[in-house]
Design a protein around this ligand. Structure first.
Ligand code: C2E
Ligand code: CA
Ligand code: CA
Length: 583
């Protein structure tokens, strides 16, 4: 509402009779600020330069009539209230005027009291109109703001505020158009956190999100503003470099990104190291449209992960095929977990002196409905990478424990049961709890269970490994180091690990009878192990010669085709009987 400087309402009086103008002005100027005009045209002119809350207009004017004036007033100033002045003979027309938008009328001869009341009411109505309009504009603004928010959200990731895949594809398509027109190259990078499922399983979802935010921040820091970074689903990020001169530009960029992601992430007050993989596709070499560019960058990423992660990979034609094959195997493996297509085989461990069964190792087999028996060497790495090793490993452990319990109930003395635990299983925070749970559930004495771990899984996080091993030891479970000799750990490091058994890798055993270097190393290992009071077992023993040799140099037990391949539980029972182990 625009009042004059004293806060009075502005009223415009339009009447062609000077007497009426004067009278009204006199009555109203005490309370209000009044201006007059003797024609509708002049009145409208005044309205153009000034704001009036109220217009008092005579119905009959020379030229444009008061009624004709109404729509013009409303056009110019929608909140201005109009009141007609009518003679007795024009009452009918005053009512008509109200139909088209006048608020009220006052009759001639003018009645002082009536005019004051009518003007006050009209001004109140004006205030209401203004309030209503204000409300409406606010509402409009709110709707506009919310709409903008919704539009923003549909093109951005709310967690990181980065563009999402929709916006990315849009920018990619624009960039491809430009690159095609100007004949330059462009690149898209696909980045993902290695083994993110495992990381987020251990951290919990909240800290997983924190980690993603930190990754987004570091990525933004590593690249210039001209590079679009987007967050796709889960732990996947995409980057668009809309113009490159050579692949060296990209190698430099990925190095910068890796450098920025290298130092540890602080999540939940602890430092964690994570590695990343990047897949790269180039225009025009690897694709001409956005779908092909995306698909090929994703195939390159899958290849980078297959190679163990922590690296980048340019797209190579043909890797799509590998990626598809892998995806198929992964899907099959998921189904296998649901349908329990696995079976546990057992391989006996033999005492070198008595040649009696001293224990057995559980080795998983996948009974694929079409492909038949699949060896773990083919699917364990994939199960590791996808996290499926956790349910598979738990299933193997439970199954083998029940089997051994069953044999004990039947009177067989099976000796110790060994179960393989892969790196990813070992990294589970609640591993000890899970194993305890299964052992207790089955009712197996913890001392009859042995876990086989590789050097590399223990070395990933030596401090945490020592803790987990100590907890297992406390519970009574034994631990052996599998494939010993193939890792890089120094022998002295062994002293610090609470372990019980060393398993010499089969690669040493296979050459033991003809490679003197190997002999020296095996001898050294056995001596050291015995000094540390560790038992030594050799795996992959295939010949009598190898066994004789191992016996001579003080090996305690052996395992290998020489005595028996891994067999199913039925065949294992027969092995027992032949080995005179039944009571
Ligand atoms: P590993 O733990 O080193 O197991 C020994 C492998 O050598 C087994 O292969 C076994 O069948 C094979 N082997 C035994 N004796 C001989 C021999 O005299 N000569 C030769 N050439 N080979 C012999 P398999 O069963 O194919 O298992 C391969 C690997 O898969 C295992 O290596 C282990 O790392 C992994 N694995 C098997 N079962 C499981 C499981 O339940 N959980 C986990 N996490 N890993 C498993
Ligand atoms: Ca093993
Ligand atoms: Ca082994």
């Amino acid at each position: 509402m625009q009042n004059d400087e004293y806060g009075k309402a502005n009223i415009l009086i339009v009447d062609d009779e000077p007497f009426v103008r004067k009278l009204l002005e006199e009555i109203l100027s005490e309370k209000y600020c009044c201006q007059t005009a003797d024609s509708a045209e002049k009145g409208l002119n005044l309205l153009q330069s000034e704001n009036f809350q109220l217009v008092l207009a005579d119905i009959n004017l020379g030229g444009m009539s008061g009624i004709e004036m109404i729509p013009h007033v409303h056009n110019q100033s929608p909140d201005t209230v109009i009141m007609m002045i009518s003679g007795e003979q024009t009452i009918e027309r005053a009512i008509q005027a109200m139909r088209i938008g006048a608020f009220d009328y006052i009759g001639k001869p003018l009645d002082l009291g009536h005019i004051e009341v009518a003007v006050e009411r009209a001004l109140e109505h004006h205030s209401l109109l203004v309030a209503k309009r204000l409300h409406e504009t606010k509402l409009e603004e709110l709707v506009k703001q919310r709409t903008e928010e919704l539009i923003y959200l549909s093109y951005h990731d709310p967690l990181t505020n980065l563009p999402n895949s929709i916006l990315f594809e849009d920018r990619l398509s624009q960039a491809l158009y430009q690159a095609n027109r100007n004949k330059h190259r462009l690149a898209m990078l696909y980045l993902s956190i290695d083994r993110f499922n495992m990381v987020s399983d251990t951290l919990g979802p909240k800290h997983g999100y924190e980690l993603l935010k930190e990754v987004a921040a570091r990525l933004t820091e590593s690249v210039g503003e001209e590079i679009t970074i987007a967050r796709f689903e889960g732990d996947e990020f995409a980057m668009l470099v809309s113009q490159i001169d050579s692949t060296d530009d990209i190698i430099e960029l990925t190095n910068r990104i890796f450098e920025n992601l290298e130092y540890p992430f602080v999540v939940d007050d602890s430092e964690i190291f994570i590695s990343f993989s990047i897949g790269i596709s180039l225009f025009p070499d690897d694709g001409k449209d956005e779908q092909t560019m995306l698909k090929n960058a994703s195939a390159a990423l899958a290849r980078a992960k297959e190679k163990g992660g922590g690296n980048f990979q340019f797209y190579i034609p043909g890797i799509n095929h590998q990626a598809r094959k892998r995806l198929m195997l992964e899907n099959n493996l998921r189904r296998a977990v649901e349908n329990q297509e696995f079976e546990v085989y057992y391989q006996p461990k033999i005492d070198v002196w008595t040649e009696k069964i001293a224990g057995l190792e559980a080795l998983v087999r996948w009974n694929h409905p079409e492909m038949g028996l699949i060896s773990p060497a083919e699917f364990i790495p994939l199960a590791e990478e996808t996290g499926l090793i956790i349910p598979i490993g738990n299933w193997v452990l439970r199954n083998a424990c029940y089997q051994v319990k069953d044999w004990e109930n039947k009177g067989f003395r099976t000796g110790r049961l060994s179960v393989n635990i892969s790196a990813r299983q070992f990294e589970q925070r609640d591993l000890v709890q899970i194993i305890k749970g299964i052992v207790d559930e089955v009712g197996l004495p913890p001392g009859s269970l042995e876990l086989e771990l590789t050097e590399s899984s223990l070395m990933k996080n030596p401090q945490a490994s020592i803790q987990t091993l100590s907890k297992l030891k406390e519970f009574g479970i034994l631990v052996s180091i599998d494939d010993f000799g193939t890792g890089y750990s120094s022998l002295s490091y062994l002293q610090r690990l609470p372990i019980d058994i060393l398993k010499i890798d089969q690669s040493f055993v296979s050459e033991i009878t003809n490679n003197p270097d190997n002999v020296a190393l095996v001898l050294a290992i056995i001596e050291l192990a015995h000094n540390l009071r560790l038992q030594v077992i050799a795996e992959g023993v295939e010949t009598a010669g190898q066994l004789d040799f191992l016996r001579d140099i003080g090996c305690d037990e052996f395992q290998g085709y020489y005595f028996s391949k891994p067999v199913n539980s039925e065949s294992f029972e027969r092995l027992f009987l032949m080995n005179h182990q039944s009571v």
